[in-house]
Design a protein around this ligand. Structure first.
Ligand code: ATP
Ligand code: PRP
Length: 217
């Protein structure tokens, strides 16, 4: 029998929307996966030679790019930030919608950009690339959360972070000044595994069929 196929999912907010899609594609982790007290990170799947691993969102891309997992689900923000050559994102799952945006303190918005800026973000590559396109050199202060605090505490003049409702920015006195990327969750696969393991191609087709818009009746 072949090795189990490893499917990586992020442990946080995409998961609730991803699980029903996964079930329709035949990926159903065993009951223990849903037990909040269970500290296991790897779960067998019902009726298939597959296992689901639960990791942090950025690590989903790393596991799949290195072939430690063959398939995964992750936001396009993460796919674009890493731009791993061995990672292929063939299906837009149309869940986990948000956007990656620049934000700054309310009173400062609209002021001209200087040629050098300090920006706080969890996305150093996308941030640098965005400001480069505008002829601005951005020094990125890498944070892993609570970016919204940075401008008020003098750590950076701007932030680049995910925005959905806009509530977090508003509650922290910031305004969105431009959008860098519209984000949704993607099915990702390891390119080599796609070529060598027919189960990977079959999963891509199963998710593609789910994501395709329903045909008019
Ligand atoms: N406000 C939001 N609205 C919708 N989708 C979001 C929002 N914030 C993040 N996302 C999506 O969810 C992903 C984060 O997923 P998740 O919360 O599972 O990560 P995590 O592994 O818990 O994160 P962390 O590494 O910060 O602990 C992001 O990469 C993005 O694609
Ligand atoms: O526009 P909103 O609907 O307010 O959502 C935006 C917030 O959601 C994300 O954080 P998350 O809740 O995932 O927590 P984190 O700070 O741990 O990343 C993001 O980093 C923002 O802080």
């Amino acid at each position: 029998m072949s090795n189990p196929l490893t499917f990586a999912v992020p442990k946080g907010r995409i998961l609730d929307e991803a699980l029903p899609l996964m079930a329709r594609a035949g990926v159903v982790p065993e009951a223990g996966f849903h037990d909040k007290g269970n500290r296991a990170l790897s779960f067998a799947c019902e009726g298939s030679d597959m296992r689901v691993i639960r990791v942090r969102a950025f690590d989903v891309a790393t596991f799949v790019a290195h072939g430690a997992a063959q398939v995964g689900i992750v936001g396009s923000d993460v796919v674009e930030e890493f731009a791993y050559p061995d990672l292929y994102a063939p299906v837009d799952l149309a869940i986990g919608h948000c956007r990656l945006s620049v934000a700054e303190p309310e009173g400062q918005a609209g002021a001209p950009l200087s040629s050098h800026l300090r920006v706080a973000s969890k996305y150093p590559n996308l941030t640098r690339r965005h400001f480069e396109r505008m002829g601005v050199q951005a020094e990125v202060v890498k944070l892993n959360g609570a970016m919204e605090l940075a401008p008020g505490l003098g750590l950076a003049s701007r932030i680049v972070d995910l925005v959905s409702t806009g509530r977090t920015l508003k509650d922290n006195g910031l305004v969105e000044t431009s959008t860098i990327l519209d984000v949704s969750a993607r099915l990702i696969v390891n390119r080599a595994a796609l070529k060598t393991d027919a189960r990977v191609g079959a999963l891509v087709e199963a998710f593609r069929a789910l994501a395709a818009p329903a045909e008019a009746a």
